[in-house]
Design a protein around this ligand. Structure first.
Ligand code: C2O
Ligand code: CU
Ligand code: CU
Length: 495
């Protein structure tokens, strides 16, 4: 009897010990830090500016070819997807007022799409799940650039498969300029002192391939342990001017970053998703959830090395933040200043006019609660219209994460303004034009947008969580913009 008792006790102890060991192992494994371990032994790749031509009717025409490729990221030959190259795509660049056409050729063996994230344009040109491009075919959307200078981007948006298409490498920048509102004092030599910084996290399998499997508590999708910056691993950038503008894009599928400099110096936040802020904000860190952008200006001293780092992001009251990347830190990019630096003008105190949208003039108020994988209790149905918006009106949307997992909110077609965060005025980084915001749990964001210019009762725009696994699982809705009195009638059906 005593032997039995003793044996039972030992077994219980063993099981408890096992559980604790497993728990400790999972807990330890759930935090990633590459701080101090990155070699910074290769120059930062700068995505090439996409060549373009102006056709007979004055349109600027670009070509993008989605195709498979291979790249050595230090794990042998990794199979990739890219636009007009092995990995990522070229930077498209156009000016306000220009008419552009992009010939999107799909050289993959499955359908994809290309969405112009942050762009104000007709719904049929938007590149969402209603505009999938079949293998071997070309889609040629065309529209007029009609919004402030900004750092936008493009990426696939096929129904239910966005996470894997972006993860394999399909993404690129779309920079907009506004010749009528030049801010000459900001660094503007592309790839020299105006530098794209596309940040993505990857995990590599034993055989050197991108591992797209979700983590132990894979609630938000892939969280990688290796960073790629413009496709480079452990890169440095040689700085030759006193000030350098970094155009930060979080092109990861799930991870949030909180960018800071290794010596904790402050820098100027000059722009967010939809363009320049009214005035620069002096900050020590800037947090970006997937798809968000920030333009920052860093002041350098001759000869110094300073590292752009990602410190643990503040995700708010998420269940176990650690399992959502909340304890992770990364060395991102080393900035190496030359022994003598070309003088740069100071960052101007006024950057852009950002006229405030007035909620008193709103034609409509709406409420959106994101919870589970649903918005207001529904998953996406491409044949259902969730909101009908009248063209040239302003709407106020109250948006809330009713859940304790990280979510975000992105709206197609418009750039919006954040009126309040839990009833309070938004912080500086939410004071300009935004198209994507991180939705802190149990926090209400009130946003306002004007749905101008383009009406089409047959084609919807999307709004969704930009954690791409959630988007793929249906955490998305669609709205149609119509002429006054018109009713939606979806014509452009998905496949
Ligand atoms: Cu960046 Cu609907 O997407
Ligand atoms: Cu978008
Ligand atoms: Cu989400």
């Amino acid at each position: 009897m005593r032997r039995l008792l003793f044996g039972g006790l030992a077994l219980v102890l063993l099981l408890c010990g096992g559980a604790v060991a497993l728990g400790t192992w999972l807990w330890g494994r759930a935090a990633v830090s590459t701080v101090g371990t990155v070699a910074f032994d290769q120059p930062l790749a700068i995505p090439p500016l996409a060549p373009s031509r102006v056709d007979g009717s004055g349109r600027r025409v670009f070509d993008l070819h989605a195709r498979v490729g291979e790249r050595d990221f230090g794990h042998g030959r990794t199979r990739t997807w890219g636009f007009s190259g092995d990995y990522l795509g070229p930077t498209l660049r156009a000016s306000k007022g220009e008419q552009v056409t992009v010939n999107v050729h799909n050289g993959l063996d499955e359908a994809t799409s290309v969405h112009w994230h942050g762009m104000h344009l007709p719904a049929r040109m938007d590149g969402g799940p209603h505009q999938e491009v079949e293998p071997g075919t070309t889609w040629s959307p065309t529209w007029r650039i009609d919004q402030p200078a900004a750092t936008l981007w493009y990426h696939p948006h096929p129904h239910g498969r966005t996470e894997s298409h972006v993860y394999r490498g399909l993404a690129g920048l779309f920079l907009l300029d506004d010749p009528s509102a030049p801010v000459a004092a900001l660094p503007n030599r592309y790839g020299v002192d105006d530098v794209p910084v596309i940040v993505q996290d990857k995990r590599f399998s034993r055989d050197g391939q991108f591992d797209g499997s979700h983590g132990v508590f894979g609630d938000i999708g892939v969280l990688g342990d290796t960073l790629l910056v413009n496709g480079s691993v452990g890169p440095y950038h040689q700085v030759t001017a006193e000030r350098v503008r970094l155009r930060l894009l979080n092109a990861s599928t799930a991870r949030s970053y909180r960018f800071a400099l290794s010596d904790e110096r402050s820098f100027a936040l000059v722009g967010t998703d939809g363009g320049l802020l009214p005035a620069p904000a002096e900050v020590r860190s800037v947090q970006l959830s997937p798809a968000e952008r920030a333009e920052i200006v860093v002041t350098m001293r001759p000869g110094e090395h300073v590292t752009l780092r990602s410190v643990p992001p503040d995700l708010g009251e998420v269940g176990v933040a650690r399992f959502a990347g909340g304890a992770d830190s990364f060395d991102v990019l080393q900035l190496r200043a030359a022994g003598t630096l070309v003088a740069s003008p100071p960052v101007p105190a006024r950057l852009a006019d950002v006229p405030r949208l007035d909620p008193a003039g709103a034609a409509q108020q709406r409420r959106f609660v994101l919870s589970g994988r649903r918005i207001n209790g529904d998953r996406i149905d491409l044949d259902r219209v969730d909101a009908v918006v009248t063209k040239d009106t302003t709407e106020v949307w109250r948006v809330r994460n009713g859940h304790d997992t990280p979510h975000s909110f992105h709206v197609h077609d418009v750039q919006f303004q954040v009126l309040t965060v839990d009833g309070r005025r938004p912080p500086a980084y939410l004071s300009g034009w935004k198209d994507t915001i991180y939705l802190r749990p149990r926090t209400e964001f009130v946003i306002i947008a004007r749905f101008a210019d383009h009406a089409d009762p047959g084609s919807p725009y999307m709004f969704h969580c930009h954690v791409l696994f959630h988007e793929d699982q249906g955490m998305m809705g669609q709205f149609v913009v119509v002429e006054p009195g018109q009713r939606p009638a979806l014509t452009h059906r998905h496949r």
